[in-house]
Design a protein around this ligand. Structure first.
Ligand SMILES: [Fe+2]
Ligand SMILES: [Fe+2]
Length: 220
């Protein structure tokens, strides 16, 4: 295992309170903004899980751990990913910070002992989403975007909130569509984001077609 990962284990007396431990670990590495953001994402993810009938505790755990790899410096991220045999895409080599989603997943597994694959997978695609995402994956993804770590209100905020009133997919698609149409602002276009866009666009088109069909049936 990479020395940096071994070091993580020696930073804390780990308890059975993963929520507290993850915040303590981020704080130990002076990642105060990330620690605050992670707490907010965990709360938001828990609330969304409640609304959309998912497991609140799973959502909170994935939320609090989603950016835990902030403890690995950006210039070491690819090296650590290689040591963990993570599949590294060319876009991730080109812009290493984007691999932090996959690194957070492995730190959650190795350092925090998370074994629930649903939680791990939600952490592992929280930045880009992916093809055919689960509700938990969409919840953690959109909670991260609603509780962004920058000043002010995100430009997509209102559209996402409006979308969420219709369905989880509509809310998530409002953000994915925003990003897809603002690709010039991205350092790289991750293929998982394109997959998520294609999947959700088709899903929502089908959903709309079905609701029109239902209206037709009602009229007839
Ligand atoms: Fe992140
Ligand atoms: Fe985040």
């Amino acid at each position: 295992m990479h020395l940096l990962l071994l070091e993580l284990r020696n930073q804390l007396e780990f308890t059975d309170d993963i929520f507290e431990d993850s915040i303590k670990l981020l704080s130990k590495y002076n990642k105060i903004i990330v620690a605050e953001h992670s707490k907010c994402v965990a709360i938001e993810a828990g609330q969304l899980a409640n609304v959309f009938g998912e497991n609140c505790e799973d959502a909170r755990l994935a939320g609090v751990l989603h950016d835990i790899s902030a403890v690995i410096p950006n210039d070491k991220k690819i090296e650590v990913a290689e040591s963990l045999y993570i599949d590294i895409l060319s876009e991730e080599k080109q812009f290493p910070p984007i691999i932090h989603q996959k690194l957070s997943k492995e730190i959650a597994r190795i350092v925090f002992g998370i074994t629930n694959e649903r939680i791990l997978n939600a952490i592992g695609c929280h930045t880009t989403l992916k093809d055919n995402p689960t509700p938990l994956e969409m919840i953690v993804f959109i909670a991260d975007k609603l509780k962004w770590d920058q000043e002010g209100i995100p430009p997509y905020f209102i559209n996402v909130q409006e979308g969420l009133k219709q369905s989880l997919e509509n809310g998530v698609f409002a953000f994915v569509k925003y990003l897809y149409h603002n690709q010039s602002s991205l350092k790289v276009v991750h293929p998982w984001l394109v997959d998520a866009y294609d999947y959700l666009r088709e899903f929502i088109c089908e959903q709309r077609a079905e609701s029109y069909e239902n209206v037709d049936i009602l009229i007839k």
